[in-house]
Design a protein around this ligand. Structure first.
Ligand code: PAF
Length: 308
């Protein structure tokens, strides 16, 4: 496995792969890899001839008071994990390679970026869509892989690729969780021991919400109030948002129906964590297969209240 720092270097490798008729799978990351990233890599390995992973802590997607400086980094560790999980090439450019002096072009997806993390992190998605567009232009993948933990990001990127006629497939894989339900995230490494023991409250709340829906609750405020109280009762937490939105436009719903995304962002000390589930309401029945389960959900992390 090779680590490439320069755009010209990765372009050369991709050109040769293309000349040899190889397909290219791409996993964009900001590094400090965890099992969620590795599951994307393994899937990319199965579906492509050449597997490229990028590691770039993108300054453009962090606000001025956010954790760009504290974002965990360890290229040596990431290289070992990537190699074990089927990666061929790591592309890890410097910021000045991606945004040279005079840089002036940005990609902005509207509407889908207005709520949830878009509201609490102004400019974040503009940074994400700009860097992902650049990475797609550099790597020119056939398939790119993202995690459902960043549900809004995945939807924004899908929208962008459709709107801009980008010729690749976006594949979104389910959230990988620790045994206590905490969604895997590079930021978990920054939690103190006390914060780490509070953090599973996020998934507990989401499961509780799913159970309320499967028992017939259709008022989003009732569910949001309960989640809010549960999180506020947990030490060291500060809620950024708790939202229930429709799963296509990401608009807040006034009644729970069809397919909704329940999403939250909460600070544990200095570390901001996000999580979400999708609940399919239409086929709701009280005898819900998922009610007690914390088992992995289906690929889009769709949590359906219907027995499946
Ligand atoms: O999800 C991430 O790690 C980042 O937002 C991404 C997609 C690599 C863009 O910097």
């Amino acid at each position: 496995m090779e680590i490439i720092r320069e755009i010209s270097g990765i372009r050369k490798i991709i050109k040769t792969a293309r000349e040899n008729g190889q397909s290219v799978g791409f996993v964009p990351t900001m590094g400090f890899l965890h099992e969620g990233h590795l599951s994307l890599l393994r899937r990319a390995r199965k579906e492509n001839d050449l597997v490229v992973l990028s590691i770039f802590v993108n300054p453009l997607q962090f606000g001025v008071n956010e954790d760009f400086g504290e974002y965990p980094r360890d290229l040596e560790r990431d290289a070992a994990l990537s190699e074990e999980n089927g990666c061929d090439i790591i592309f890890s450019p410097m910021a000045k390679e991606m945004y040279p002096h005079g840089y002036a072009t940005y990609v902005d997806v509207q509407r889908l970026t207005e709520g949830l993390c878009g509201a609490s992190r102004p400019g974040h998605f503009r940074g994400v869509t700009t860097v992902v567009t650049k990475l797609f232009n550099i790597v020119t993948p056939d398939r790119a892989y993202f995690g459902q933990k960043d549900a809004q990001q995945a939807m924004v990127i899908k929208r962008m690729t459709e709107d801009l006629n980008m010729d690749l497939e976006i594949i979104v894989l389910r959230t990988v969780r620790e045994t206590d339900g905490l969604a895997m995230s590079s930021r978990n490494a920054n939690l103190t021991t006390a914060e780490r023991s509070s953090a599973p409250v996020l998934f507990q709340c989401l499961k509780q919400a799913e159970e309320q829906i499967s028992s017939g609750e259709r008022n989003p405020s009732t569910i949001i109030d309960r989640i809010t109280k549960t999180i506020e009762n947990e030490p060291l937490t500060k809620i950024d948002y708790v939202s229930i939105v429709d799963s296509t436009e990401l608009k807040e719903v006034t009644i729970i129906k069809d397919r909704v995304l329940i999403a939250l962002a909460v600070r544990f000390g200095k570390t901001r964590l996000i999580d979400n589930i999708i609940v399919e309401v239409e086929k709701c029945s009280v005898s819900c297969a998922n009610q007690k389960s914390t088992a992995p959900q289906s690929p889009m992390q769709t949590s359906t209240t219907k027995a499946v």
